[in-house]
Design a protein around this ligand. Sequence first.
Ligand code: PEP
Ligand code: MN
Length: 248
Amino acid sequence: VENRDHALDVARHVRDAGARMLRGGAFKPRTSPYDFQGLGVRGLEYLAEAKRATGLPVVSEVMSPEQIEQAEPFVDVFQIGARNMFNYELLKEVGRTRRPVLLKRGFSATIQEFLSAAEYILLEGNLQVILCERGIRTFETHTRNTLDLSAVAALKALTPLPVIVDPSHGTGRAELIRPLSRAAIACGADGLLIEVHESPCEALSDGDQAITSAALREIVSDVHKIHLALGGPLSPALAQTGEPVSVS
Ligand code: PEP
Ligand code: MN
């Protein structure tokens, strides 16, 4: 979330492109302390306004118990980012809320450690956990991370929890988002988390991996075709985009 107009604008664009939820950062875990750190509570207010304007439920990251309290009135889903997947006190704290939690895989976490992190949330009585594969750190430097799609198939076999894929952080490269989105759905992902910006070069965060809403629309269309080809039921999101449903 960069400012009010940006939040409203991107929300309308992604809704029209077929997105079902709006994920925006207000508390930003940036690698460098000199980078844009997010707008904090003001960012959450803009997200809530974007939700009122579009009807999209809002997802936003929290990094501390205090931020959980601050965010609770504004967000529908708490995101726990990769850096905090091993923060067990934070996991317990979101586990005590009754909001769904989008839990991102730590970049050095094994599948078993990822599942154990989810278990911390579930054990507190919050059963609404969404797992997100967002790439792991390997020797490869061409991509920002190595998107581990085998983890998606493995997690689908190991747990009934929904599993989504973030090809934006998983690759760090806008041109790779479409093919990896297709692959993610084909191997069983229940959804995608994709970073969108209408002018990626000017983005305050992660511009290299942001795509425009026009590109998002194409991906949504691909995803529906793959989903249907694999025998999945028709999703209501398709109606919103006005895309043809035929896979032939
Ligand atoms: C994000 O989702 O914007 C983010 C910071 O991701 P991760 O925690 O996966 O690095
Ligand atoms: Mn990001």
